[in-house]
Design a protein around this ligand. Structure first.
Ligand code: FUL
Length: 500
């Protein structure tokens, strides 16, 4: 807070002690602080004004969704009785003593996650079998009833402590479908589910994401639960307002419509959810995969996929772990199509990531680092055919909070003259999504022998589009925004040569 005293030196206008001042060093310091504050205010004002003309195009992401978009890639951990019973969907009748990891090591999960460059871990605290990886008071099918650590263990606690220690974020999967709980299929179960969430959301620290699986395999004669998702959502956000909640249709993050890790080449972060209810139907999977161009809600896509054929560990799949190259390909089709990648890595029966999975993850990180090590547009001269020629430098500055805004809605063109000829086979484009998703279509052309040739024709961009095309050697690239819902606002464009 500014005080009267801090203003005195300003009026004297120099650094010499004010006659009669008992504390000249103090006033000098105040003067410097004051001037620094003034400069910060003036620069911030000028900076804000230089971007002020852009009108946001709704729907817009929330602050939490924007933070989520920047995470790009994080791990999923499926762990529970299925790990020990060779099942994928336990029926809830398993003996809890089946769960007995011989050397649970959540610090190892966290270490590998960090080495892989993942931004967090989402744990299946409760899968469809109803088994709770923490000693829930609202169930008799938990770690407490298992032999593991004489019933004194708590996987949620162990992971949350390991994450906190390493500065990794944590998320939580709590299956609404519960094949064990006696109240399932009655209105009382909604209260049980909320009480269960309360334990998890109030006792272990903050999570970045809450995962509501849409799976429900109850047959025609099975129990049918009418979920009170409205109350689930209100309760979860009351305890942890920063959460982004995933389900097939959001409210904050949507399923991408498949479990292969592929988000649509056309991917709108927008979705119409009117007429659909969580747990009771969602739009067709191809709509989830692409979003709705004029959708009413900002609900971006997340690609959940397992590093192995199954979600849970099975020794027979040790030789079927996806290679680093396959993971990189998934990255291009998820993050590179404007969504996030949620990669499942199931711990084995010891409670550790298997060596094959760990090696693939670490090599996946290396491939990403190699691929994006050198932006070939750095040092390139940038020109535009658009009327707005200011702020062009922000297109190549790799900063998240700066952008260039076109004036024209369609056919705004950008050209890049590189310092030298380069082999290029990928271009990454980013929109400033805090101002809305705008670009409907674009082209990339490369010059060779004085002629520009189209190397890529794309649709949406969103947070990030990684356009991959056959290698071309060029000194000049041209990007043209051929269609947009409003004048494009571009956060960044960069070019690469992937050596694979
Ligand atoms: C599916 C579930 O049925 C699988 O077991 C797994 O949890 C996957 C992430 O979601 O719907």
């Amino acid at each position: 807070m500014r005080t009267d005293r801090s203003r005195i030196p300003f009026f004297y206008g120099d650094n010499s002690p004010h006659p009669g001042s008992a504390k000249p060093e103090f006033t000098n310091r105040c003067y410097l602080v004051f001037m620094k504050n003034i400069l910060v205010i003036v620069f911030s004002f000028v900076w804000v004004c230089s971007f002020a003309q852009v009108k946001p195009l709704g729907p817009l992401p929330t602050k939490q969704q924007l933070q989520w978009h920047e995470k790009e890639f994080y791990l999923f951990v499926h762990f529970g009785p299925n790990t020990f019973t060779e099942k994928e969907w336990g029926d809830g009748k398993e003996d809890p003593s089946a769960f007995n990891p011989s050397g649970l090591d959540c610090a190892q999960w966290v270490r590998i996650a960090r080495q892989a460059g993942a931004k967090g871990i989402i744990l299946t605290a409760k899968h469809h079998d109803g088994f709770c990886l923490w000693p829930s008071k609202h169930s008799t099918h938990t770690v407490r009833e298992s032999k593991w650590m004489n019933g004194k263990g708590d996987v949620v606690k162990a992971l949350s402590e390991a994450c906190k220690k390493a500065g990794l974020e944590m998320g939580i999967y709590i299956s609404p479908w519960d094949r064990n709980h006696p109240d399932y299929g009655t209105p009382a179960y909604n209260d049980v589910y909320i009480a269960t969430m309360k334990e998890l959301l109030t006792q272990y620290g903050k999570y970045f994401e809450l995962w509501w699986d849409g799976a429900n395999g109850e047959g025609p004669n099975g129990k049918k639960q009418v979920y009170d998702f409205r109350r689930f959502q209100d309760s979860a956000l009351k305890w942890q307002p920063q959460l982004v909640i995933f389900s097939d249709i959001g409210p904050h993050i949507r399923w991408c419509g498949n479990e292969r890790g592929f988000i649509g080449n056309t991917n709108w972060n927008l979705l119409d959810t009117a007429g659909f209810q969580r747990g009771h139907g969602a739009p067709p999977t191809d709509t989830l995969n692409r979003g709705n161009v004029y959708g009413k809600n900002w609900i971006p896509a997340e690609a959940d996929v397992s590093i192995r054929p199954g979600w849970f560990y099975h020794a027979s799949e040790d030789s079927k772990v996806k290679s680093a190259e396959a993971l990189f390909n998934l990255y291009l089709h998820s993050v590179g199509n404007g969504g996030n990648l949620l990669l499942n890595v199931p711990p084995d029966r010891s409670g550790r990531f298997h060596a094959a999975d760990s090696a693939a993850l670490v090599n996946f990180r290396k491939l990403r680092e190699q691929a994006f090590a050198k932006d070939l547009l750095s040092g390139a001269a940038v020109h535009t055919t658009d009327r707005n020629k200011s702020n062009l430098k922000h297109i190549t500055d790799h900063r998240n909070n700066t952008y260039w805004a076109a004036e024209a809605e369609s056919n705004a063109g950008l050209s890049f003259t590189l310092p030298a000829r380069q082999k290029i086979n990928a271009v990454a484009l980013e929109e400033m999504i805090s101002l809305g998703q705008r670009v409907i279509s674009f082209t990339i052309e490369a010059e060779a022998n004085g002629v520009f040739r189209k190397v890529f024709e794309g649709t949406t961009i969103g947070r990030k589009k990684i356009a991959v095309f056959p290698e071309t050697e060029t000194k000049q690239l041209r990007v043209t925004f051929t269609g947009a819902k409003a004048a494009p606002v571009i956060r960044g464009i960069s070019a690469y040569h992937f050596g694979m």
